[in-house]
Design a protein around this ligand. Structure first.
Ligand code: NI
Ligand code: MN
Length: 227
């Protein structure tokens, strides 16, 4: 079993069946929902859906301490390599096989920008991550995105789907229910909500709206879920 830990907002850790530590969208220090210490976060690979601060803020200290390889869009990886951080550049629609599994960047509809000091002129396109773990689990983190008809291409290919429900900056709960229809995962984990007042949502109401379509696992920050 792989172990998924929610750190609040859009930040997750995964320990794979073979003990590899993944961190998706490292936003710890200024994340109001994060409980714990950045110093205790382990990472062999860090995956960045896009460059907004609430997805990337702690990538440099985390990568420097752990020596992790960053998996992200070409432009973000190029910028981080300039800081001495090893990376594996990808782009939307492309996949790469790593020891822990095959990672494909999926389309997300959102705005670009890389909010790190010195990266002001870097432009890039946000994405999601479809991961086919070597141990068999099929996982998708949608990143920050609007509802996309392209999500129908994921139908039957995802066991556990992480979807934003916060509204305002991403799709809200109603569109996220349609995304569940499109993707048809077994398990849905909502994210990108309740971090700040502008994206407050009732995850229980979302779970009720999803109904029998899928199991909705509402994760409290710090909680873990095995899949
Ligand atoms: Ni964003
Ligand atoms: Mn965001």
């Amino acid at each position: 079993m792989a172990k998924l830990t929610y750190h609040g907002h859009s930040t997750f850790s995964i320990v794979t069946d073979d003990g590899t530590n993944l961190v998706i969208d490292p936003f710890f220090t200024d994340n109001p929902l994060f409980v714990g210490s950045l110093d205790a976060i382990e990472a062999d690979f860090i995956l960045l859906t896009h460059g907004h601060f609430d997805h990337i803020a702690d990538v440099v200290p985390l990568a420097k301490r752990t020596g992790a390889t960053v998996i992200a869009a070409f432009e973000i990886v190029s910028f981080l390599e300039g800081l001495g951080i090893p990376g594996s550049a990808q782009n939307i629609g492309g996949g790469v096989t790593y020891p822990f599994g095959y990672v494909k960047m999926t389309a997300a509809l959102h705005t670009g920008g890389v909010q790190l000091p010195g990266a002001e002129s870097v432009t890039t396109t946000p994405a999601g991550f479809l991961i086919n773990f070597t141990s068999g689990q099929r996982f998708h983190h949608a990143g920050d995105t609007a509802l996309l008809t392209d999500m129908q291409l994921l139908k039957g290919k995802v066991d556990l789907a992480i979807l934003p429900i916060g509204d305002r900056y991403t799709m809200g709960p109603e569109d996220a229910v349609t995304a569940v229809d499109f993707i048809a995962p077994k398990v849905v984990v909502p994210c990108h909500y309740n971090t700040w007042p502008p994206i407050e949502q009732d995850a229980g109401a979302f779970k009720a709206a999803v109904g029998a379509r899928a199991h909705v696992e509402v994760m409290a920050p710090g909680a873990t879920y095995e899949f």
